[in-house]
Structures are given as C-alpha cells and as structure tokens.
Design a protein around this ligand. Sequence first.
Ligand code: 13P
Length: 255
Amino acid sequence: MSVDRPRPLVAGNWKMNGLKASTKVLAEIQADYGPGLWRHVDLVVCPPAPLTAIFALAAVGTRIGIGGQDCHAKESGAYTGNVSAEMLVDAGATHVILGHSERRQYHGEKDADVRAKAEAAHRAGLTAIVCVGETREEREAGKTLSVVRKQLRGSIPEGSTSENLVIAYEPVWAIGTGLTPTAGDVAEVHAAIRDDLKRLVGKAEQNKVRILYGGSVKPSNAGELMAVPNVDGALVGGASLVAVDFLGIARAYSK
Ligand code: 13P
C-alpha cells in the first residue's frame, strides 16, 4: 500500500430504491459515523433523484455527502424527464454517478455520452463518479483490460482532477449477483486504471484519484477487497440500503 494512498470513499448507490421515509436509514448511518470512522473514510449516499434535496437537508451538519445517480449534459431545457447537474447541486448534491452499467445497458449510454455528462458535472461543481466495467462475455474473451481502458479513454473529460473525478470499476457480472472477482483480478484492473490515469489526469494527479471497486460488496468481503492495492473504496448497491451493512463495509477502513 503506497503512503500517498488517497483518502478512501465508500459510496452507496441506492438505484431505484427508497422513499421519503428512508431518511431514517440516513439517520442510522449518521448516528454510527463517528470519529473512529470519519477519520478514515468518506461516505456518500446517492438516493434516487426525487430524494436528493430531502437527503441533502437531512445530511446538513453531518460529514455524509449526497450524490445523484445520473445527470443530463445540458444545464436546462426541453429534455423531459431529465435532471441537470446544476439541479443536483441546487438540491445539495456534491457527487454524481455517471456511466453506471445499468445506464449503459438500459439507456444505451455510450462513452461519449458519459463524457458529456461528466463535463456537465464539472461545470456545475460536482465530483463525477465514472463507472467502467466488463461484461461476463468480455471477461471470458480475455477483453477485460481493453474494454475498461477504452471506456476510460472515452468517458473521462479533459480537466479532470482528483477533486472532481472518482473512477468506479464495476464488473457487470458482479453487480447484484453475489459474485466477485478474485483479489488478483481486481488488482490487475485497478493497476491498469491507475496506469491510464497518468495520461488522463497527468502525473501529479495520477495517484490521487480514487478508484472504487463495485459489485456485490458486503461487510463479509469488504476487508479483502478494500485491502487490494489501488482500491480506494467501494461503490455499493444493495448493501448500502441497510445502515449496518453500509457501515460494516466502511469499517474495512477503520481497522
Ligand atoms: P451491488 O452492490 O448490489 O452488487 O451493486 C453494485 C452497483 O451497481 C453499485 O453501483
């Protein structure tokens, strides 16, 4: 583990789950996010768009950040159903997940779309959590590194820094399946991402950008996954909906 390892981040992607009453879960997370944890790890919760403002208000005065799960590339206009990065900021968000495989799969988002959205996020002052990851077929065909590298090249805008960019490596086949890559496989992909960051953000920022792992992270496997070199935290789906599980993952960093 390098000495200049970035400060870890554990982010919860609530996907299409949660109602106004779910601020209760946020309160539970906050109640147990004491100095023993916040000294070691940042927490961000990304609820569905209608809950952004209420979650951000509930998180005022805490150390928990609130994020969106997507944004449009434009600031405003005739884009029915969409949410802009500026609107997320206005609602109190500090982060936004972009290019999640569910957006790429169900909404046809391509690298160029993700890049335009990341540019919008930066314009609005949000930190973009840009997701990359291979499908099972791509892994079995030995294409994991080339797929991830191509997604990175296409999705990361110029001007990205360790302040406004987080990368999340999420193998598509590990999302919601209970399957995880081996520590060795995660290490290989994260090392390749770290390597590519030199070209994408420059040598001075290369080692400061946080690279999260995502895909079936739970308290029981977080210790092993978070100990992998170049893993600077987690992007958590299902387990982030339950305060004890989300905190249990974050605790991988308090030991
Ligand atoms: P799970 O943790 O439910 O596998 O989801 C991972 C994910 O997609 C986070 O963005």
